[in-house]
Design a protein around this ligand. Structure first.
Ligand code: ADP
Length: 227
């Protein structure tokens, strides 16, 4: 799939990170997770990231200017030329507009947007049991409750500081208020698709593959029609 630029939308706990990672690896494009970039900055004690940490721990969003700056810089890297998978960005309509602008500057107009849909109760359940690797950020296998180390790199598994009950509800509320409007922003485009996230990770991955391929064809057609 040439020039595969994908945005994964969906609430916290929808499985965006897992699916973005799988899709990116399979297609040889980078996964750009703004949450991982921020957590990486915190691990390295970078001053800006440490300021962001206070907001993240409360489940609040980091300001648009900072986030757009971070992503703009990342999309300048050569490894994004054949495409990318964005996970966690855009999260507001302002960020969505900025991404369209960045795409236009890159001369790259097809953006495939997939919204992973999962019922609220299932999201709360998933988030409160979720553990991630303290070294590489990979989600632990939720079925393997006894595991204490990461199956990929051996790092210790930990609960994220923003995955406690109260903050989880705050993050879901912030999602509904700030990020869901992005669905309205994108849903009229021929390259927008929804995917059922309330099924096994393998089935979600299959549905994603099929819908992204279909959206890529629709995108190429609409691009052809514009020329
Ligand atoms: P999740 O997918 O579980 O919501 P992420 O790992 O994507 O979590 O993000 C964790 C936190 O990082 C968010 O709650 C927010 O504070 C901050 N963050 C990440 N991406 C953005 C963004 N694009 N805009 C604003 N804040 C962000």
């Amino acid at each position: 799939m040439a020039g595969c630029n994908v945005v994964m939308l969906g609430p916290p706990g929808a499985g965006k990170g897992t699916q973005a990672e799988r899709f990116a690896r399979k297609h040889g494009v980078p996964r750009i997770s703004t949450g991982d970039m921020l957590r990486d900055g915190i691990n390295k004690q970078l001053p800006l990231a440490l300021v962001a940490k206070q907001r993240m721990d409360r489940g609040e969003l980091i300001d648009d200017t900072t986030m757009v700056g971070i992503v703009r810089e990342r999309l300048n890297d050569a490894d994004t030329q054949q495409g990318f998978v964005l996970d966690g960005f855009p999260r507001t309509v302002v960020q969505g507009r900025a991404l369209d602008q960045i795409q236009a500057e890159r001369g790259d107009s097809v953006l495939i947007v997939v919204d992973i849909v999962v019922p609220h109760e299932e999201l709360v359940r998933r988030l409160t049991v979720r553990r991630i690797c303290s070294k590489c950020g990979t989600n632990a296998d939720p079925a393997d409750r006894a595991a204490t180390t990461c199956r990929l790199c051996g790092g210790a598994l930990i609960h994220r500081t923003d995955d406690n009950d109260r903050v989880v509800l705050d993050r879901l509320r912030v999602y509904a208020e700030s990020t869901r409007p992005l669905v309205d922003y994108y849903c009229g485009r021929p390259t927008f698709r929804t995917v059922n996230g309330a099924q096994s990770a393998d089935l979600v991955a299959q549905e994603l593959e099929a819908k992204i391929a279909d959206a890529a064809r629709a995108g190429a057609l609409s691009l052809g029609a514009q020329r």
